[in-house]
Design a protein around this ligand. Structure first.
Ligand SMILES: Cc1cc2nc3c(=O)[nH]c(=O)nc-3n(C[C@H](O)[C@H](O)[C@H](O)COP(=O)(O)OP(=O)(O)OC[C@H]3O[C@@H](n4cnc5c(N)ncnc54)[C@H](O)[C@@H]3O)c2cc1C
Length: 268
C-alpha cells in the first residue's frame, strides 16, 4: 500500500538560482501526467528522496505552477548537510523523487493578528504564508538569518512588520519580550528543534495558550549526529513513556509535553 509520504513522483532540476547568501532556489519540473498533488496550505512540504542519500528530507513547496508542473524549493545551503551539499551543486537534469505535500497552517477562521517566527530553513514557508494573506490581516514576522543579506521582501495584501535577527539563538527571548503578544490570534513558529521546544513551552506552559492558537514545529536538529547518539541511549524509555501516555488516553499535546520533559531531562 502506498502513502502520501512515499516519494512516488519523479522530478528533474530545471533551473537553479540564488535567492540570497544562504538560500538557493531549485525549480523542479515534473513529467506530463504526474500524479503530484499540492496540499494547498502555504507551509506544505514534500519529502525529497535524493540519489544516494540514506533518508528523505522535508522541504517546503515555495511555489507550484500546476499547468507547467513546476515546483520551487528554497534550500538553505548550511554546512555539514548532505541535502544542502546536493543543493549547492545541483544542475539542470539532476533527478530526485518527491512525495505528495502536507501542510499545517490552520489559523482559526477570521484570525487577523498573526505572528510568524522562523529561522532560515522556515523562511520559505514564512514567505509563502505572508504572500497568501489577504487585506485586513496584520502579520508580524520575526526571522533569524545567518547573513544580513538573507533579508527578503514579500508581496502581500496584509499589513506586515518584519524583524530580522542576525545573531543566532534569539528567537525564544525575542518572543518572551515581544510587546502585544496577547492580541496575537495565531502564532506559527518553525526552525531548529530545541529552539522550537522552548518556544512551545513558553506558549503552552508559561502563557497557557490553547493548542489551536499556535503551530510550533522543529524543522532540523543542531548537531544531529550527536543528538541521535544521545537519543539512542534513552529511546526505549521515551517510547515506553509515549506508549503509556497514549494508552492512558492523553491528547497529542499532553503526550508531547511528557516527551518534551523526558527529552529535556536527557539533555536532548
Ligand atoms: C516541514 C519541514 C519543512 C522544511 N522546509 C525546508 C525548506 O524549505 N528549506 C530548507 O532549507 N530546509 C527545510 N527544512 C529543514 C530540512 O529538512 C533540514 O534542514 C534537513 O535536515 C537538511 O538535510 P541535510 O542533509 O542538509 O542535513 P542533515 O543530514 O539533516 O544534517 C547534517 C548536519 O547539518 C545540520 N543542519 C541541518 N539542517 C540545518 C539548517 N537548516 N541549518 C543549519 N544546520 C543544519 C545538522 O545539525 C547536522 O549536524 C524543512 C523541514 C521540515 C520538517
Amino acid at each position: 500500500m502506498t502513502t502520501p509520504d512515499d516519494p512516488l513522483h519523479p522530478a528533474l532540476v530545471a533551473d537553479v538560482t540564488t535567492v540570497s547568501p544562504s538560500l538557493r532556489r531549485i525549480r523542479f519540473e515534473m513529467p506530463a501526467g504526474t500524479g503530484f498533488t499540492a496540499a494547498g496550505q502555504p507551509d506544505e512540504r514534500v519529502l525529497i528522496d535524493f540519489p544516494g542519500l540514506d533518508h528523505r528530507r522535508s522541504y517546503t513547496v515555495r511555489g507550484w505552477v500546476p499547468h507547467r508542473r513546476l515546483l520551487d524549493v528554497d534550500f538553505a545551503v548550511h554546512a555539514g548537510g548532505a541535502a544542502a551539499a546536493w543543493a549547492r551543486s545541483a544542475a539542470p537534469g539532476d533527478a530526485v523523487r518527491l512525495s505528495s505535500a502536507t501542510g499545517w497552517w490552520r489559523p482559526p477562521p477570521g484570525a487577523r493578528e498573526l505572528l510568524l517566527l522562523a529561522d532560515v530553513s522556515a523562511l520559505p514557508a514564512a514567505g509563502r504564508i505572508v504572500e497568501s494573506l489577504g487585506p485586513g490581516t496584520s502579520v508580524r514576522v520575526v526571522a533569524e538569518i545567518p547573513d544580513a543579506g538573507d533579508r527578503q521582501e514579500w508581496d502581500t495584501h496584509a499589513d506586515i512588520a518584519v524583524t530580522w535577527l542576525t545573531s543566532p539563538g534569539l528567537l525564544p527571548s525575542t518572543l518572551v519580550d515581544l510587546p502585544g503578544l496577547d492580541s496575537v490570534e495565531y502564532l506559527w513558529s518553525c526552525g531548529e528543534t530545541s529552539t522550537s521546544r522552548r518556544i512551545r513551552a513558553h506558549l503552552r506552559r508559561t502563557l497557557g495558550w490553547a493548542p489551536e492558537r499556535y503551530h510550533v514545529m522543529g524543522y532540523w536538529q543542531a548537531d544531529r549526529e550527536g543528538w541521535l547518539a544521545r537519543y539512542a541511549r534513552v529511546q526505549d524509555r521515551i517510547e515506553a513513556i509515549a506508549a503509556r501516555e497514549l494508552a492512558a488516553g492523553r491528547s497529542a499535546d499532553e503526550v508531547r509535553d511528557v516527551i518534551d520533559d523526558a527529552l529535556s531531562e536527557a539533555d536532548l
